[in-house]
Design a protein around this ligand. Structure first.
Ligand code: C2E
Ligand code: MG
Ligand code: MG
Length: 626
């Protein structure tokens, strides 16, 4: 339909050139007003000139009219020949009879033109001594006005067009820049700037479409979720430029593996994903995953000490394992974690067993979310004693009693809380519970020793979470005399470096930090020196049975030596027997924590212990928290 198409074309033109069209319309209205004004001026001058000319001729012809001299009258009228606008003139005598006439010599075309332009009729009396002796009738065409106006409009339009053209030329470059910038912004909104791969959002859209096609049109697809192994170490050991280079090389290699319709994307820091579009089958996907792991493992460049990017890959098939994009991501993610647990540098296909693990994890997450909303997480307090058996401080340990599950071990729910991000809320709830328990102890007239809270790296990963945590500490009045923090080596390691890191901010505010489970992580002396923590807690695997093992004694002795050199207090975790404690005292250990001294206590039991301690009684509490 041509009319409809023209309308669409006009609409598009208007949308694209809105500003230019508006400017042009404004100019057009301005030019129209100028033209109308100019027409008025020219018309006024035309009528004035006509009056003057007619009066001159009427005065000159007065004698000829008075004496009825038609020849003279005709000669006088012929003076109008020089006036282009006058078309006809007629001299009438006193009895209104025609004495002489004048007709301008006109072409037929001009006559039409003059008709169109409009005719002005003027009648002037012929006077002799203030007595009318006749009448001069003049017909003049406005053609001259229109010609003048046309010249004016022509000149004005010419100037406007020239000015517009100049402005258009000058702004052309600017527009090109703006268009480039727009194109770039649009590109960046869908791509990752470092690797040039599509970003998470673009990938999500493609995955959703693939999920739809696999579900509704039986076109199977595959999702490969790729996570670099130990990428943080690459950054720390070789610098960020090297880290960026590794990511770029990974992106190039992923691209090289794909068929034209497939997509590789960078989802986040060291996370990538591949979407293999139909046709796909399990054997082909496994083959590709094997090749992928193998090719990424190759050195990133030719140098002898070149970095190797090793990856763990989780694979999910659509619709076999998942029906939606979100489900596919969860399956591939679960498979990837399994690949990591299997020793990294490999791939894992999602399976029914993994599906069960995933479902169990999701159920646990759901229950935990509810428990947090209902504030069902409590704290148990395990005391730390010195050599003389005096209670020095407590470690607060999260406890969760679920109506159906019963007591859930922290070894189960803490990793789930960390993986789901719920640990952030849990950390905030722990602060509130601790503040309440301490308040209750104080209300019973007890002096509260410092309490150490465990802090997971995930709690301080995002700046807004760090801010909320610090604000909660202030709000609840939990100062450095009331609370300390325990971080594992890996948490410290991840937090390292930035000025606004959690470790830096907590230390700045005077909170004491302890390195938890020392010996099970990196055990790096360099980090120990940089972190300047007040306490070092030796993991219970080194402590257990130390009295019977020379090797364990040697190892713990070495750890204690290092800690003392750095002026750190040493805490032995998991002290279960008096013999082990004696060995630890001999080696120079400062503080002791373990089931052999006291199990974690419910707040009321902890209060009893504090009261006994304040009354100088010998402390021995072996109860489980209720
Ligand atoms: P952790 O910080 O190393 O806490 C010490 C763990 O050792 C506790 O386990 C404690 O009950 C146990 N333990 C103490 N003495 C002995 C002993 O003599 N023998 C044995 N076999 N075990 C002993 P729990 O309460 O199950 O906590 C496990 C881990 O969960 C904690 O290890 C900590 O890493 C984490 N966790 C607990 N509560 C929280 C919390 O509120 N926030 C965070 N982020 N993590 C927490
Ligand atoms: Mg701890
Ligand atoms: Mg520990």
């Amino acid at each position: 339909m041509p009319a409809e198409r023209t309308w669409h074309w006009l609409q598009r033109l208007f949308d694209e050139q809105r500003e230019a069209l508006l400017a042009l319309s404004a100019l057009f209205v301005f030019a129209l007003m100028l033209t109308v004004f100019q027409f008025g001026r020219l018309d006024e001058r035309f009528r004035e000139d006509l009056q003057v000319q007619a009066h001159i001729v009427a005065d000159t012809a007065a004698a000829a009219v008075l004496f009825g001299n038609a020849e003279d009258a005709s000669d006088i009228l012929s003076a109008f020949r020089s006036a282009e606008a006058i078309e006809q003139a007629l001299l009438l005598d006193a009895s209104r009879l025609a004495l002489a006439g004048y007709n301008a010599p006109l072409q037929a075309r001009d006559a039409l033109l003059h008709q169109w332009a409009g005719i002005e009729r003027l009648s002037v009396p012929v006077m002799v001594k203030q007595e009318q002796v006749g009448e001069l009738i003049v017909h003049a065409s406005r053609i001259g006005i229109w010609q003048d106006l046309a010249r004016f409009v022509g000149t004005a339009t010419g100037m406007l067009v020239a000015a517009l053209g100049l402005a258009w030329l000058v702004s052309g470059r600017l527009r090109a820049h703006v268009r480039d910038a727009e194109r770039r912004t649009r590109y960046l909104a869908h791509h990752d700037a470092l690797t040039d791969l599509p970003n998470r959002e673009t990938f999500r859209v493609a995955l959703e479409r693939a999920a739809y096609l696999s579900r509704e049109h039986q076109q199977p697809a595959a999702l490969l979720f790729i996570d670099l192994d130990n990428f943080k170490q690459v950054n720390d050991n070789h610098g960020h430029a090297a880290g960026d280079h590794v990511l770029q090389v990974v992106a190039l290699r992923l691209r090289a593996l794909l068929r034209p319709n497939d997509m590789a994307a960078r989802l986040a820091g060291d996370e990538f994903a591949l979407l293999l579009q139909a046709p796909v089958d399990e054997a082909m996907v496994q083959q590709l995953a094997t090749r992928l792991v193998d090719q990424l493992r190759q050195p990133v460049d030719e140098a002898a000490d070149s970095i190797r990017a090793r990856v763990s890959v989780g694979v999910a098939l659509l619709p076999q394992h998942a029906h939606s994009a979100e489900e596919a991501m969860q399956c591939a993610d679960a498979a990837m974690y399994h690949a990591k647990r299997q020793g990294k540098d490999g791939y894992q296909l999602f399976s029914a067993e993994l599906g069960e693990v995933l479902r169990a994890r999701l159920r646990l997450e759901l229950d935990l979310r509810q428990a947090l909303q209902r504030q069902q997480i409590r704290l148990a307090y395990q005391p730390l004693f010195d050599k003389e058996g005096c209670l020095v401080s407590f470690e607060a340990l999260a406890r969760w009693h679920h109506p159906q599950r019963g007591w859930v071990s922290p070894a189960e729910f803490i990793p789930a809380a960390e993986a789901s991000g719920l640990i952030v809320e849990m950390g905030l709830l722990a602060l509130r519970v601790l503040a309440e328990d301490q308040q209750a102890w104080r209300a019973r007239g007890l002096d509260c020793p410092p309490v150490a809270l465990n802090f997971s790296s995930r709690q301080g990963r995002r700046p807004q979470d760090r801010q909320r945590f610090l604000a909660a500490l202030d709000e609840l009045g939990l100062g450095p005399e009331a609370v300390e923090f325990e971080l594992t080596e890996s948490a410290l390691f991840e937090d390292l470096g930035t000025a606004d890191s959690m470790v830096a901010q907590l230390q700045q505010r005077g909170y004491a930090l302890a390195i938890d489970d020392f010996g099970t992580g990196y055990s790096s002396l360099a980090y120990l020196r940089r972190m300047r923590c007040r306490k070092l807690k030796i993991d219970r695997i080194f402590v257990h049975g130390i009295s019977d093992s020379d090797d364990a004694r040697m190892l713990v002795g070495a750890i204690i030596g290092v800690a003392q050199a750095m002026r750190m207090q040493v805490v032995a975790e998991g002290v279960e027997t008096a013999a082990d404690q004696r060995s630890l005292i001999e080696l120079g250990c400062d503080l002791f924590q373990g089931f052999g001294l006291s199990r974690p206590l419910a707040p009321d039991q902890a209060a009893e212990l504090l009261r006994a301690q304040q009354q100088g009684q010998r402390v021995s509490v072996q109860a489980e928290p209720a």
